[in-house]
Design a protein around this ligand. Structure first.
Ligand code: 5GP
Length: 193
């Protein structure tokens, strides 16, 4: 079976494409700790429901709530995503719905990366139908230059350029989610930007 280096190597090759270390594990964890502390302060005396968007947000969700010192609940939604391509298909549909009732609840939507904003725009409208008391969005990554849809992100881990990234939950053709750090497609690769 193929083995991959899940530690913080400086670069990884995926086929003939080169990805370079962009956000190392320590930097991710330090920022996630700050986000968790900020959410803890802002949701004092509340019991928020964290709703993760599968699959990409599963590691971020886990590390984020480990830094939230409050009673809280979790659930997950899954939208159809890029499939195996590196560019957005421009359409979105729900593949897995909520399993809990969020009416009157304080919801924090947990996303791995906001690119065009299409998914978050869809989620914001979907959440409104469930009549929660409040909805805030936290995204580990945001590509501000790629935004095409109206999407209000309340907590942002890192703003990054419009380049393709993998690792820490983010996939390349469904693989490489288990990398502990985030890697960016090198400029020299065929599909690099
Ligand atoms: P949006 O709907 O904002 O255009 O895209 C959001 C989704 O696209 C993310 O949840 C993620 O699944 C995928 N995505 C966007 N940019 C990247 C990227 O650079 N790398 C990976 N692996 N997925 C991305």
């Amino acid at each position: 079976m193929p083995r991959i280096n899940i530690d913080n190597s400086e670069e990884i090759m995926i086929g003939d494409e080169r990805f370079v270390l962009y956000l190392p594990e320590e930097q991710l964890q330090a920022r996630i700790k700050e986000l968790g502390e900020e959410i803890t302060r802002e949701y004092e005396s509340k019991v928020p429901v964290f709703i993760g968007l599968l699959n990409g947000s599963f590691l971020f969700m886990a590390d984020l709530i480990k830094n939230v010192a409050l009673d809280c609940e979790i659930d997950f939604i899954r939208l159809s995503s890029y499939g195996d391509a590196k560019i957005s298909s421009g359409s979105v549909k729900m593949v897995k719905d909520l399993n809990c009732d969020i009416e009157g609840r304080d919801v924090v939507v947990v996303e791995d990366i906001v690119d065009t904003g299409l998914s978050i725009n869809y989620i914001e409208r979907l959440m409104e139908n469930h009549k929660p008391a409040s909805v805030k969005i936290v995204s580990l990554l945001l590509k501000p230059e790629s935004l095409k849809y109206d999407a209000k992100i309340d907590y942002i881990g890192f703003k990054i350029p419009s380049k393709f990234v993998v690792g820490y939950g983010l996939d390349y053709a469904q693989k490489y989610r288990n990398l502990r750090s985030i890697y960016v497609l090198s400029e020299n690769s065929e599909n690099g930007v």
